[in-house]
Design a binder for this molecule. Structure first.
Ligand code: PDD
Length: 285
């Protein structure tokens, strides 16, 4: 039985109850974060709290807690659950209104909910062989930089991949790469790592930041710039990244092999650096 947090209380997840008038349920009106936890330590917590603050500000939902209070709640949720490595899910909605109306309620009492699951990172087979991806037109809204719970478009797009036995859907807008349905996407061409720039069209991934930091600290040539659909389709390597997938090579796109159809040398190096970084930064006292 996993322990969750709901509006100041800690309780078994199966006992948590919400109003059907909650605006998160009716309108998808809320923000969220997914924070990986290694050896019971939240990874890059300050970055997740800063991104949450940015989303809340943009959707005009006052942040109910200081960073210190968020840290305390997250620490208690981690301590109350059995796994060494976890994935903490945090959600804040604009709360329940007595009636259904689009405009905000006059007084907002946000709903704060956190739960945790065992962290499920990719299998060794996925890391060794890579995963398949499909592509789709990015028809999401124009604030993809915000981590909001209105995720229907992302769910529909991810399902397109799953329907064909693939792991991710790579999105293009106006002929350029944006990101994956639930991940950031990197390309490699002629030994150079390419990453699309942060903008309103992609989520500023915490893992994306770490990958670029590792590229810089290991002198891996890299460029942050717009990447055309043609460049993606002719890339030597493609990777997806997220808090739960970490760095995962993509071996095929729309049924065509990416490069040699196997994870490339840079993917293997970056995956190794990422594991090393986790092990030195997160697992040591
Ligand atoms: N998703 N882009 C999108 C659209 C995402 O949903 C995610 C992560 C990312 C990667 O961000 P990060 O590296 O900070 O995890 C990029 C999470 C894991 C989710 O919704 O479950």
């Amino acid at each position: 039985m996993s322990l969750c947090h709901l509006n100041g209380n800690y309780l078994p997840l199966a006992e948590a109850r919400l109003s059907p008038l909650d605006r998160g349920f009716l309108f998808g009106d809320g923000a969220y974060e997914v924070i990986p936890v290694y050896s019971r330590r939240p990874f890059r917590l300050a970055g997740h709290i800063a991104r949450l603050e940015n989303t809340l500000k943009a959707i005009r939902l006052p942040n109910p807690h200081t960073a210190a209070v968020w840290t305390d709640i997250i620490t208690k949720v981690i301590a109350g659950n059995p796994w060494e490595d976890q994935s903490v899910y945090l959600q804040i909605t604009r709360g329940a209104d007595p009636v259904r109306r689009h405009a905000f309620p006059a007084t907002v009492r946000p709903t704060v909910f956190l739960m945790s699951e065992a962290l499920a990172t990719p299998s060794q087979m996925q890391i060794d062989n890579g995963v398949g991806a499909v592509s789709a037109n990015d028809y999401r809204w124009l604030r993809c930089d915000l981590k909001t719970v209105s995720l229907l478009a992302n769910c529909l797009l991810r399902q397109e991949a799953v329907d064909t036995g693939c792991a991710e859907t790579i999105l293009f807008r106006d002929g350029f790469l944006t990101e994956g349905a639930a991940s950031n996407i990197f390309a490699v061409k002629n030994g150079v790592l390419l990453a699309p720039p942060k903008s309103h069209l992609i989520l500023p991934g915490i893992t994306y930041d770490i990958i670029l930091e590792l590229a810089a600290s290991h002198d891996l040539p890299h460029e942050v710039r717009a990447i055309s659909e043609n460049e993606v389709r002719s890339a030597d390597e493609l990777w997806m990244s997220s808090s739960t997938k970490e760095v995962l090579p993509i071996a095929s796109l729309d049924g065509q092999p990416v490069g040699a159809g196997r994870p490339g040398p840079l993917a293997r190096r970056m995956h190794g650096w990422y594991q090393e970084f986790k092990d030195t930064v997160m697992r040591c006292a």
